[in-house]
Design a protein around this ligand. Structure first.
Ligand code: GRF
Length: 202
């Protein structure tokens, strides 16, 4: 059975969607470890309530390479196969990415490559796009830039604020993140350049 490691910094609703899918047998893996860089992250508390191993490793004041070595140590200890970033608000070092090649996933609340970085929903509303959404992608050394596994689109309404748009996008995040994790775990995909070709279309 494959083991997932979840990195988060806050609310943890994507983590909960993943944990629900694991419990429902829709993801063929177990959650071996949840790590937060912030002690106050609600996701940590939720993980503990579910009886999962959940650690806080505070990142404040630590050099990125040093911090990431601590993460790698814990993930190795738990024999983690796939790392899922779920609202993890830190960039990963090249050394971390090398440790888990094509085995780190992220979810981002926009249709990448539009609106990478912070406050993607705000960026979308400000720009005036009519459609936005979310993206699950492999993590590489660039911000919000690795090969795309799944995306889902939602309309942007004239009346939307960043908050109302975020809610609409979040529902889709909770649907496609578990689905993308299962695709990656199953190995039913091929990567050609930037393209992730899913089994159903091979
Ligand atoms: C989500 O919008 C996700 O796309 C982004 O950070 C937010 C995390 O929310 N990367 P949650 O902590 O999973 O509720």
């Amino acid at each position: 059975m494959k083991r997932l490691g979840i990195l988060l910094s806050g609310r943890g609703s994507n983590f909960e969607a993943i944990a629900d899918s694991v419990e429902a047998g829709k993801i063929d893996a177990s959650i071996g470890l949840v790590i937060s860089n912030r002690a106050e992250a609600r996701g940590l508390e939720r993980a503990r309530e579910r009886g999962l191993k959940a650690l806080c490793i505070p990142s404040r004041g630590l050099d990125r390479e040093v911090y990431d070595r601590l993460l790698i140590e814990e993930l190795r200890r738990e024999n983690i196969d796939l790392v899922c970033l779920a609202g993890y608000m830190r960039l990963l070092s090249a050394a971390f990415i090398r440790e888990y090649p094509l085995r780190i996933l992220n979810i981002h609340p926009s249709l990448l490559p539009a609106f990478p970085g912070l406050d993607a929903q705000h960026q979308a509303v400000d720009y005036g796009v009519k459609i936005s959404g979310c993206t699950v992608h492999f993590v590489d050394e660039h911000l919000d830039a690795g090969p795309i596994i799944l995306q889902a689109a939602v309309p942007v309404l004239d009346s939307d604020t960043a908050g109302t748009l975020s809610e609409r996008i979040l529902k889709e995040e909770h649907r496609i993140y578990p689905e993308a994790i299962q695709i990656v775990l199953s190995g039913n995909f091929e990567i050609r350049g930037r393209q992730v070709i899913l089994e159903r279309s091979l």
